[in-house]
Ligand binder design. Structure first.
Ligand code: GTR
Length: 345
């Protein structure tokens, strides 16, 4: 090849390269297509919502919250993000429910006991010795009655999303073994901030002391209260089992957990996004139940290994009989609901 032709070829190559760089530079900012012009900008900030949870990150309800948040993020392609705040970082349950009502917090997972102060019909769902077993409770919660209850919180400015498992609640104390209601007589027992729970403990002859969950450990330790009541996982996760070693398996209640949204927060979203959130919460339930079963086993093992006094109640008829005044007190409408719950197979 002649020297002049070589120079010409090199010149052409150089010009082509220059063209590519130039075109590449322009290609970084293509003109928006017609469809993109009508869409919100791709870089729009995600919608960030907050969920308050009283339990620590490794507790089964919190794991359910995380699953709910993951499903929402995944199904909205990251457009909607739910930040879970565990360990009562946003406050204790009663105060959090109030904030959800006013839209300051977007979601919370709580026990229905404190929620009944805002939506009193919830007492029908947490009556003592109401459910035959866990399966019966879930058939109620996933069926028409459960769905009606989720919808019933709207007038209180909430949107009911889903139910979580919470096992059966039992009494525990630091004083003595409790084998019958008579053994509870005169004991100061902490209860949730719930009128029904106050009445329940009073009906058993003990002194009910409503108190926030986070204060119970030190109240037990300092003797401000003699005992409390909760399921195996909470008795374990809070370390109450270390300061109150007598645990009586009377299984007085099964209190469902519920996740609610603020109606104010939900109303700001499109109908499609509201539906996406509702479905994601519903779809997190089975996962939470599995987490519950696994954690409950660990809790039972650890508490037994600690040498706690675990008292079985082979015949709970005396306990059941003591609860009659609570049923008598129910309004006719709630008595009807209770009867319907009992009929569910
Ligand atoms: C737990 C429940 C919490 C809280 C707590 C309590 O079983 O998961 O949400 O209500 O009981 O006794 O305050």
């Amino acid at each position: 090849m002649k020297k002049s032709r070589i120079i010409l070829v090199m010149l052409v190559i150089a010009l082509c390269a220059l063209g590519t760089v130039w075109a590449g530079g322009k290609a970084e900012q293509p003109a928006p297509s017609a469809s993109q012009q009508s869409q919100p900008a791709q870089s729009a900030q995600p919608i960030v919502l907050r969920l308050a949870e009283t339990h620590p990150a490794d507790y089964p309800t919190t794991k359910g919250d995380y699953r709910f948040a993951d499903l929402v993020k995944e199904r909205s392609n990251g457009r909607i993000q739910i930040e879970v705040y565990p360990s009562s970082q946003l406050g204790e349950e009663k105060a959090v429910i109030e904030q959800v009502q006013f839209g300051a917090i977007d979601f919370t997972r709580v026990s229905i006991s404190p929620l009944a102060a805002f939506s009193p019909n919830f007492d029908a769902l947490q009556m003592p010795y109401l459910y035959r077993n866990e399966e019966h409770m879930w058939n109620v919660l996933k069926g028409p009655i459960g769905k009606e209850f989720l919808a019933s919180v709207e007038p209180a400015n909430f949107v009911g999303l889903c139910w979580y498992e919470s096992g059966a609640r039992n009494f525990y104390n630091s004083k003595r073994e409790v084998k019958s209601p008579a053994d509870l007589k005169g004991m100061k027992i902490r209860v949730q901030q719930s009128e029904l729970m106050v009445n329940l403990v009073t009906a058993l002859g003990a002194v009910a002391t409503p108190m926030a969950f986070g204060e119970v450990y030190s109240a037990l330790q300092t003797g401000v209260i003699d005992g409390a009541e909760n399921n195996w996982p909470s008795y374990y996760s809070t370390s109450h089992y270390e300061v109150a070693k007598y645990y009586t398996l009377d299984e007085h209640t099964r209190v469902p957990e519920i996740t609610i949204a603020s109606k104010i927060s939900m109303d700001k979203l499109s109908k499609a996004d509201q539906d996406l959130i509702k479905q994601a919460a519903w779809d997190s339930m089975d996962y939470q139940r599995q987490q519950w079963a696994d954690y409950e086993k660990v809790a039972i093992e650890k508490i037994k290994a600690n040498g706690n006094v675990i008292t079985q109640i082979p015949d709970n008829s005396a306990w059941q009989a003591a609860m009659k005044p609570l049923y008598d007190k129910l309004s006719p409408a709630l008595k009807d609901v209770v009867a319907k719950i009992r009929q569910v197979q």
